[in-house]
Write a protein of this length. Structure first.
Length: 223
């Protein structure tokens, strides 16, 4: 590997990245040490492992992270481990490294969601680019999950009638239509609408529609 690049400082906010971890699984001790030095030179936390079993047993938190994974490990396949992670519902972005890559292997890994596939020996800059992209992807995923959780919590705070009114607003109905459909007064509709907009933190009807989309509501007009 070449001298360390400085892509991470440009590509992602290191204040967020440094809260995360770059995991490395490679059965070559010299490669683990080299990657550890390179990544730590960028201020990142690094954890290295000789096998996927060691990695799987290591306790992890919800901080942004990514996995640098060798394709061919002793007695196992990195590609098979990628499948295991996917089947178990894992979301960690993976950067594959290998000395024995081919087009079919690369296509399989990328189709399954790998961030990058690097052939050894690779340039430090290429590895850092891949890690930057992987961490950025995980930061975005975590942010989206937190945002969806906040929207769900806000929706659960609505009263049943406020939910009824919200569904009608999202369907594009005017206050008079909603009042007629729900059998309530126009003043009551306006009151519920104001309350639900406040609770949902919606700045506009378009914002409310966007947030309702993350809830996967089954919207229907009252009979």
């Amino acid at each position: 590997m070449n001298s360390p690049g400085r892509v991470l400082a440009r590509e992602i906010d290191l204040r967020h990245a440094r809260k995360g971890v770059v995991y490395v699984v490679d059965d070559d001790v010299s490669m683990r040490l080299a990657l550890d030095r390179l990544l730590r030179s960028e201020g990142l936390q690094v954890k290295t492992f000789e096998s996927t079993q060691e990695f799987s047993a290591f306790p992890k938190n919800d901080a942004p992270s990514c996995l640098i994974l060798d394709v061919r490990l002793r007695g196992e396949s990195g590609l098979a481990f990628q499948e295991q992670i996917s089947k178990s519902g894992g979301h960690i972005p993976i950067v594959f490294i290998t000395s024995y890559g081919d087009i079919a292997m690369t296509a399989r890994a990328m189709k399954a969601g790998a961030v990058d596939f690097l052939a050894k020996p690779f340039r430090d800059q290429d590895l850092l680019d891949a890690v930057a992209n992987a961490l950025a992807r995980d930061i975005s995923r975590i942010a989206a999950e937190h945002a969806n959780a906040n929207v769900r919590s806000a929706y659960e705070s609505l009263t049943p009638r406020e939910r009824d009114v919200m569904e009608q607003v999202v369907l594009g109905k005017m206050n008079k239509q909603i009042a007629a459909d729900l059998g309530i007064s126009l003043v009551t509709v306006k009151c519920h609408r104001s309350q639900l907009m406040r609770k949902m933190g919606a700045r506009s009807v378009a914002d409310l529609v966007r947030k309702s989309g993350s809830l996967n509501l089954s919207l229907r007009s009252p009979a």
